[in-house]
Design a protein around this ligand. Sequence first.
Ligand code: NAD
Length: 482
Amino acid sequence: MSLIVIHNYINGELLPPADGEYLDTYEPATGQVYARTPESGAADLQTAIDAAQAAFPGWAQMPGEHKSQCLIRLADLIEANHDQLAEAEARDNGKPVTLARNVDIYRAAANIRFFAQGLTQFSSESHGMENRAINFTLRDPLGVVACISPWNLPLYLFTWKIAPALAMGNTVIAKPSEITPMTAWLFSRLCIEAGLPAGVLNILHGSGPAIGGPLTTHPAIKAISFTGGSATGTLIKQATAHQHKKLSLELGGKNPTLVFADCDFDRTVEQVARSAFANQGQICLCGSRIYIERSIYDRFVDALTEQVKQLKIGDPLDPQTQFGALVSEDHMRKVLGYIDLARQEGGTVLTGGKQIRLEGRCADGYFVAPTIIAGLSNQCRTNQEEIFGPVCTVQAFDNDDEALLMANDSDYGLACSLWSRDINRCHRLAQQINTGIVWINCWLLRDLRTPFGGMKASGSGREGGLEAMRFFTEAKNVCIQY
Ligand code: NAD
């Protein structure tokens, strides 16, 4: 079968990379190359910057209602192409197509629709000073901004960034992950179909070193919205420190899940399994450190292990599949390496712990069984480092204080979930837990208006709702005395 050839989207056109360099794109479920992705370079970047700069005044000054209509047309087109995009996402990333349908593609359209509507409601603040003066805040678009996204939720996180950036009147250079470029490529064709003005959004494909780094340090870029690993976030901070750009960094996680004896047992087992293994554990919000109150520890761990063993592992394109492939061979090796490390650290594998070989089309795919590990200390590397795969650990605690201590004993601070019927305890712990997001008796329940992001090594700044819209503006306060 011939390879799909992906193009950049620059100034409203689909263009090959100027120097003709391409990367191989693999289908994780088969281990086969199925597409070629531009490895963009300096010339592509400069063409995109020029286009975005030229488009900026027109887009910034376009009446909000018209910008909103452009974005709504895009959201409509994502919905109209829902199944094709979901299949492309499953093939490109290895995730179950059912998940891509119900979560990724659904959310990509919702992201764009949300900010398209949001821009028509956006207002800036005013602050009166006791009959002496009035302050009002101007919020102008920044200019050309960069949006860089990872491979785990490709179109979902890509649109989560570009939608507020565009809604607030900026023009954008966006870089999807080179590992999962396919739906951003399909999306660029939808932008043309939607009649998005040329240069307003430009999509450059390629690796971090070739195009991600140069994009972030380009002097024309006024702000960077980045989602990815904490180490890359640090590199971006260091590389741009002298340039004083606005930065929004959504980074890694090592999220605690706290299960108390008074939880709704069956529902908690089901949801904790989901929170650990959705998307093969490759969601930054996945709960990978599971702490369980000692009085129910054995019963809960048995039930969780049984639940996880039932997951249907298979071809991501099969609608019955609940658990697909890891995104790449490198990532699979990294995850298997962590499972070996956990064994060396004294852990006991309760289920999983190995690569899985499927038959037929997926015989060479990157499948790792969902893995639960017991018997490790909180301090060991398995419990401190982000694995970002289908591996979680279980530990017992005796009281709320100990649970809190263990949950907070991490460099990361993205998300946590608490499972208890005692709402006073939940309130108390929610205040004391050092994560940007706390879910109580739920996980990944998302309201797009809420602040989204993490503390500590999980990043700085917040996305979502007004936080994202304000990030993509420059605030100027005007004070008038009268
Ligand atoms: P990554 O940091 O390797 O890559 C992310 C993106 O940055 C890719 O597009 C990549 O090409 C680009 N990039 C790489 N080096 C760069 C550089 N020097 N300058 C600019 N761009 C560069 O991350 P990944 O492996 O794609 O994604 C997994 C990570 O993302 C995990 O750590 C996960 O927790 C995190 N993540 C966080 C969130 C969140 O909202 N906090 C959401 C999803 C994923």
